[in-house]
Design a protein around this ligand. Structure first.
Ligand code: HEM
Length: 412
């Protein structure tokens, strides 16, 4: 993607590999009717309801560009675990590690995983908590906020603190998140490419500065990555940029959307809010956050490519076809969760797909959870109530992302 890790990889419009044949045609070149339009009025009106309906009526659906979307929990899990039929090499750009398969993926994934160990997260926790507390302290209480705006700023600050990036970059990064969002929606390749170049330039300035500083480089995660190795050799500049882009590019947006979903859910569920205010251990809070995100998963889907012909629920997927796994729809599949809106963190945890499943399961989950936990605790600690804003309506984020684009709340 421009950033590799966006809610649905759609940012990679400019990375798009294509299926090697005309959109909407089958292997023999016959035109095929699309089953749905991922950006049509029905989805735009109420994305979650549209995905629910598709899962019931057409769980393996072909879009106008010929890509398949899988909506059921069973198909999403089956596809995500079948690494020999479905490849992650969906982009012509280097994507470390998400665009890789097999042994190559494992080698780079081992590098990435070292940055999210429990010990590292423990050390980082006070830093992220401080970032959250300071940010919330600057918000007027009583007052009104947009949870997504707060989430975006928090994500940039928390990630910058983690990576050792300067505070002066905050506004540029926030601007970039917004640019990235609108370029993705425009589906204009020139715009997404320009946004990608902008991000590469930001990252290069940080990595070059560390290389130039040599032994005097700051002792932070970015320096560590610049000096890191894979398969016994130093990472290349291109690999470092890709990893950092993957960690920040898409996730700043995802974190903001997650914050919006979590805080609006708490505003809509005062009993749950009261329960959390009374004090719950981290483990319970983390499960609560996962369950809220399961019910309204803003990280909508990821893409695979079929490397051989495969039949899914009677639909013939050809080799080279793109296949999207819809986390949002799978996470609300009544076959697994019964009433998708029923809040039952413990019972649903084993089936929750918010962080994916299989070899590409989110390595950043511990960090994302730490951040969301810190923000939620800080907001609850600074207020006596979080309520929906009756004067400003919420607005749904549009595909390819999910959640809310504006989530106005009243803080008391
Ligand atoms: C903010 C909430 C986040 C959500 C909901 C989320 C969700 C996901 C999901 C569903 C996948 C699986 C993708 C696939 O199967 O194709 C994934 C992969 C990934 N995530 Fe996250 N993520 C989040 C935050 C983060 C953060 C903060 C980082 C790092 C700082 C991160 C780094 C990655 C990477 C590198 C991958 C690719 C892993 C691979 O291909 O092996 N994510 N994420």
């Amino acid at each position: 993607m421009v950033s590799e890790h966006t809610p649905s990889d759609e940012l990679s419009a400019d990375d798009h590999l294509g299926t090697g044949r005309a959109p909407g045609k089958d292997a023999a070149g016959h035109a095929q009717r699309a089953d749905w339009n991922p950006r049509g009025p029905r989805v735009r009106r109420d994305p979650v309801a549209a995905y629910d309906a598709l899962r019931d009526q057409c769980p393996v659906a072909r879009g106008p560009d010929g890509a398949w979307t899988l909506f059921s929990h069973a198909d999403v899990v089956g596809t995500s675990l079948d690494h020999s039929t479905f490849s992650n090499a969906v982009s012509r750009h280097l994507q470390v590690p998400n665009g890789m398969d097999g042994a190559e993926h494992s080698a780079y994934r081992a590098v990435v995983d070292r940055y999210f160990t429990p010990g590292r997260m423990r050390d980082l926790e006070p830093v992220v908590r401080r970032v959250a507390t300071e940010l919330v302290a600057a918000v007027e209480v009583p007052g009104r906020v947009d949870a997504v705006v707060v989430g975006a700023r928090f994500a940039v600050r928390a990630q910058s603190a983690w990576l050792g990036w300067p505070e002066e970059l905050e506004e540029e990064l926030l601007g970039w998140v917004e640019e990235n969002r609108s370029a993705t929606r425009s589906r204009d390749r020139a715009r997404t490419a320009a946004v990608a170049r902008h991000f590469t330039a930001i990252i290069r300035s940080l990595t070059d500065a560390r290389r130039d500083a040599g032994d005097d480089a700051p002792d932070d995660v970015t320096t560590e990555l610049v000096r890191d190795r894979v398969d016994g050799r130093p990472l290349t500049d291109e690999e470092i940029v890709s990893i950092l882009r993957n960690w920040t590019g898409g996730d700043l947006g995802s974190m903001a959307l997650c914050a919006g979903v979590v805080l609006t859910y708490l505003a809509d569920h005062p009993d749950l809010q009261e329960h959390l205010r009374a004090g719950v251990p981290d483990r319970e809070l983390d499960r609560t956050l996962d369950e809220i995100l399961r019910i309204d998963d803003p990280f909508v889907s990821n893409r695979r490519i079929a490397v051989e012909p495969v039949t899914i629920r009677g639909r013939q997927v050809a080799a080279g076809d793109q296949v999207l796994v819809s986390w949002t729809a799978a996470n609300r599949d009544p076959a697994v969760f019964g009433d998708p809106d029923a809040f039952d963190p413990d019972a649903h945890a084993p089936y929750n797909l918010v962080w994916g499943i299989g070899k590409h399961v989110c390595p950043g989950r511990p960090l994302a959870t730490l951040e969301l936990r810190a923000l939620t605790r800080a907001v609850l600690a600074a207020t006596t109530a979080v309520e929906p804003d009756p004067d400003h309506p919420r607005e749904r984020e549009q595909p390819p992302a999910g959640g809310w684009v504006t989530a106005p709340l009243v803080l008391r």
